[in-house]
Ligand binder design. Structure first.
Ligand code: PEP
Ligand code: MG
Length: 580
């Protein structure tokens, strides 16, 4: 009998093959007390585990094939940096000494303390970094327990063309598995913004997360089909289903290879409307990918990575050097740098205590521009570095999460003051540098016309705009079903923003995930969107849809869409309409 399981799609593509189940995440930790005389041995056991963990990760990094398209070693480096952090290397030893407990127990206590900090972070991206803590802690635990490391001991040919089913996967596993030639993976846990999911998309491995209880239903040697675009896993499919998916798989492959020829083609609809197609990036080394897909520039450079895994924020010079490296790599393509969008990190915790209430719901608390304005010493060096970088290439500054015009005025004033300071010091910058704002808060979308009068461009951040419009936490599994980009309220806010931009004659882009989902491309064109900023892996697909669309013929559909009363109704309308 065919079993069908549904998870969350994170990376498109179809894979068919035998299953290989990974059970590594069940680590049983025994908790016991030790004698004072055993302290020294326990501490050296812990030190050895840390040293071995570092060795393992370095070995993995050395195995990363040079042909790999994204800077995967950066993900491994993140874990290596965590293994240098006193929070993991020293704190557990303090706990062992103070509580006379075994090393595994101390590590687990410290892990729980760290994870509780991450759990309070409002930012989806950063809150998923708790996965990284778990991955590193589990690696150390396995070493303490003398368990085998994960996949690295599995013979390579064992995994070739297999569909991996696991509780969770580390970025390191994902890298190695791609190296070993796996066909696809599905995990029980993890979210679409986890490191592993980002990697899967970049590496082009079909992948599904959130496939709850998968390992209760699937056994080793079962045959499976993974459809990464729908998030469906079929176990032991019948002949007819298998043939259907084999055909679909061939079509998908042909489709992807046909996209490559679009790299240098203009992005232009059938009726001659030009659309700007930009890329979203996070790591400075993502830039090759930007060029590989022929993006017209970077529409969103998330700078949060610069602040991660360190005790103190980067200084102006470090910002500047990083931005210069990006500008050089982009060779004249425009670069939109987003100012810091951190959530509830330590400084926010402190501020949260002062103001009392923000900690209980960090998504609604002190994050992004709110945090930057509260902590100008964090904000100014970044802004100044951006201004200085603008003398070396086309740079735009983009401010996340604007809510009211006071915030916007304060940022603009701060930039003016910094410009005056640069003038006084005879330091070059682009005097006409464009300053834009992200429309992510419903209040800002409704009043987009007010923002459009003062800013040079707007960019719609649908990841947050949907979260705030639907009043759901975008990282909370339990209310995920309400995360609906097609809800009429969301579409009205998008339309209002686009119209405000048109009226003020300033460009409006979209840089949230919605812009890279091809099922929404025509809808967004119909709403008037003319600038998309998407993950490089989706860019050519989006380009194809745009180039195959006659925008002038969308008006009838748009009328129906805008009169529809639910997301489901709109979804059905979009599915019925195959526009050419
Ligand atoms: C968004 O909210 O849509 C966005 C692009 O920003 P982030 O996902 O980084 O919050
Ligand atoms: Mg956002």
């Amino acid at each position: 009998m065919t079993i069908s399981l549904q998870g969350v799609s994170v990376s498109r593509g179809i894979a068919i093959g035998p299953v290989h189940i990974i059970q590594h995440d069940q680590i049983d930790v025994r908790e016991y007390n030790i004698e004072r005389t055993q302290l020294e041995d326990e501490i050296s056991r812990f030190n050895d585990a840390i040293a071995n963990a570092r060795q393992q990760l370095r070995a993995i990094r050395d195995h990363i094939p040079s042909s790999t398209s994204v800077d995967i070693s950066a993900f491994i480096d993140t874990h290596l940096l965590m293994l240098e952090d006193i929070a993991l290397t020293e704190e557990p030893k303090r706990i062992i000494k103070e509580q006379l407990c075994n090393a595994e127990w101390a590590l687990k206590l410290q892990r729980d303390a760290l994870v509780s900090v991450f759990d309070e972070m409002a930012d989806a991206y950063l809150s998923t970094r708790r996965d990284d803590v778990d991955h590193v802690v589990n690696r150390i635990l396995r070493l303490l327990l003398k368990q085998k490391p994960l996949l690295h001991e599995v013979p390579e040919d064992h995994l070739k063309n297999k569909i991996i089913i696991a509780g969770d996967l580390t970025p390191a596993d994902t890298v190695l598995m791609q190296h070993y030639g796996i066909a696809a993976f599905a995990t029980e846990f993890g979210g679409p913004t986890s490191h592993t999911a980002i990697l899967a998309r970049s590496l082009g491995i079909p992948a599904i997360v959130g496939l709850h209880n998968a390992r209760r239903f699937i056994k080793n040697s079962d045959q499976a089909i993974i459809d990464g675009s729908t998030g469906t896993v079929l176990i032991n499919p019948d002949k007819k289903t298998q043939l259907f998916y084999e055909k679909k798989q061939k079509e998908v492959k042909r489709y992807y290879s046909s996209l490559k020829k679009l790299k240098n083609a203009p992005t232009e609809s059938i009726d001659g409307i030009t659309v700007e197609l930009m890329a979203n990036i996070e790591l400075p080394k993502d830039f090759d990918t930007v060029r590989n897909v022929g993006a017209k520039g970077v529409g969103l450079y998330r700078t949060e990575f610069l602040y991660m895994n360190r005790e103190s924020p980067p200084e102006e010079e470090e910002h500047f050097e990083t931005y210069i490296a990006v500008i050089k790599a982009l060779r004249g393509l425009p670069l939109t740098i987003r100012t810091l969008d951190l959530g509830a990190d330590k400084q926010v915790d402190g501020a949260g205590k002062q103001t009392g209430s923000v900690k209980s719901n960090p998504a609604l608390g002190l994050r992004a521009v709110r945090l930057c304005l509260r902590e100008p010493e964090l904000f100014r060096p970044q802004l100044r570095a951006m201004l200085r970088a603008s003398a070396h290439g086309p740079v735009r500054i983009m401010v996340p999460m604007l809510t009211n015009t006071q915030e916007m005025q304060q940022v603009l004033q701060m930039i003016d003051d910094l410009k005056a300071g640069l003038d006084a010091d005879s330091i070059a910058y682009d005097p006409d540098i464009q300053i834009g704002g992200m429309i992510e808060v419903p209040a800002a979308a409704i009043c987009a016309d007010i923002f459009a009068k003062k800013l040079d461009f707007l960019s719609i951040g649908t990841n947050d705009l949907i979260q705030y419009t639907m009043a759901i936490d975008r990282v909370n599994d339990e209310v995920n079903y309400l995360y609906d980009p097609l809800h009429p309220a969301v579409l009205r806010l998008i339309q209002t923003t686009i119209k405000a931009g048109e009226k003020a004659k300033i460009p409006v882009a979209m840089c949230g995930e919605m812009a890279g989902e091809i099922e929404y491309t025509q809808l967004l064109l119909g709403l008037g969107l003319r600038e998309f900023s998407v993950h490089p892996a989706s860019l050519l697909e989006v380009k194809k849809i745009i180039n195959d669309t006659n925008i002038s013929k969308l008006s009838k559909l748009m009328k129906k869409v805008l009169n529809a009363s639910s997301g489901n109704e709109i979804k059905a309308l979009l599915q019925q309409t195959q526009l050419k």
